[in-house]
Design a protein around this ligand. Sequence first.
Ligand SMILES: *Cc1c(COP(=O)(O)O)cnc(C)c1O
Length: 487
Amino acid sequence: MKNFCINNGTSIHDALAIIEKNGKGIAVLLNDEGKPARTVTDGDLRRLILAGNTLEDPVSKLPERSSCVGTSDMTRVEALVMMDENEVNHLPIVDHDGFLTDIFDRRTLSKRIHLSAPHMGEFEKQYVEEAFETNWIAPVGPNVDAFEEEMAAELRVDSAAAFSSGTAAIHLALLVLGIKEGDCVFCSSLTFVASANPILYQNAEPVFIDSEPDSWNMSPVALERALSEAKKQNRLPKAIIVVNLYGQSADMDPILELANAYDVPVVEDAAESLGAKYKGKSSGTFGLLGVYSFNGNKIITTSGGGMLVSDDPDLIAKAKFLSTQAREQEVHYEHKEVGYNYRMSNILAGVGRGQLRVLSERIKQRRRLFEAYHEAFKDWPEITWMPEPDWSFSNRWLSVCTINKDTSDVDVRKLMHALSQEMIELRPVWKPMHLQPLFRDAAYFPHSNTSISDALYETGMCLPSGTSMTDDEIDRVTETIKQKMRS
Ligand SMILES: *Cc1c(COP(=O)(O)O)cnc(C)c1O
C-alpha cells in the first residue's frame, strides 16, 4: 500500500509522482494517526496548482473531504453503492484498526460474471457482410440454405430447417405431427418452459414425466408407468417431448423402445445439447424430429433462432411451409390452412454459420471449464456434479451441481444471492413444470416414490459457464463460492 500513501507533508510534486508510478490515478492521504483521510486524484492536485500553489507546496492545502472508507468484508455491491453515494471511483479499504489494507476501484469491482454470455468467432461478420453486399437481408436467402445444409451435415441428418426460435421449432414439430386441441402430449418436467408452452399453443394437454438420477433427464421408469396408465385410459399421447438437459442427452434407447412399443413419435428438445452425443451419435437426432436453439445464452447463438431436423424430408418441408404463412404454390396468394411467420432471417443465419464453425471448440472449452470447477471443489463432498453416464458425451452447456442437504446446511438460494452481491450470476436448476402454476392441472409421473426433479430443483445450481471466461474469473467464482459456503 506504500505506493499509494501520502501525508500532509508530501509535496504536490511527490504526490503526482506517486500517482504516476502506481498507475491507478490515485493516492490516499493519511492523517496524523496514519489512517486514510481522503483519496487524492491528479485532478485534485492540478486544481491546487491552478489555484496558485507551486509543485513544492505540501498537499495539506487540499480542501477537507469526508473520508469514505470500506472494509474488506463488504460485498462488491455494497462497495459500489458506497462509491456511488460518495461520487468516487476508488474506495480505500481499512482493517479493524482503521489502517489502509487495499483500494477497490470501480472498474474492477463492477465486472460482472454472467451465466453464459455470447462468444463470437472470426467468421460471423464475414457471412453477415456477404448478406449486406448482396442485399440479401430478407427473406431467407443463401445463408439460410447453407446454415441448414451445414447443420444437417454436422448432425448427419437428412433435413434441417432454420426458424426464428427454438420455441417456434418445437411448435412446428407439434404442428407437423398434427397435434390439436384435446390431444395429450408427454414432456420432461425438468426443463425450461419453452419445451412445454407449444403444447398449450395447440390447446393440447401436457403430462409431465420426472427425471432419473443418472442423467437428470426423462426417466424411462416413469415414462413406462405413464404410457401404460394412458393406454388403460385409452388416452395415449400424440407425442413425447424428450428434453436433453444442460447439454446432456437423455437415455434414448429405453425411451425409444417404449415409444416404439406404444407407437408414439418422439420430439427431442435438444435446445441445450447441440454437439452432445448419445452412444457416439448426435443428440437431437434420435427422435422423429429434433429441435435446437440459438438463443443468446446457448452454446452457439444467432442472437435468437432455432432449427428443426429430421430424417423425414417431408416433415421438414411441411414445417417450412407452415412457417411461411402456409402459402400455397400459386402465383396469387392462396391459403388453405393457418400459417405462421417463423422463418429465420438471412442475416442471423450468417451469424449461425460462423458460430457453427467454432462449435467443437466451444464444447472443448465448456468441458474444460466443468473440469476446472470439478477440480476446484474436489475436497468438498457436500457438492455433487451433474453426472455424465458412460453412454453420454455432454457439451456441458452449463456446469451444474447440487449441494448435499445431508452433509451441508448451506441454503442454495442464499448462496446464489450472496454470489449476486459479488457480481457473479448463478441460477437455480429449472423449476420443474409440474410445480409451475401454469401447469397446475397437469398430470405428473415421478421416477419413484420420490420426485427426482423436485430434489434437483431444491438443491441444484448452475455456475457461470461462458466460454469467454478468463482463468482469473474462474478463480473468482470458485474462491467466492468457497468463501460464502464457509461463512
Ligand atoms: C432455450 C430453450 C428452448 C427455447 O429456445 P428459444 O430459442 O429460446 O425459443 C427450449 N427448450 C429448452 C430446454 C431450452 O433451454
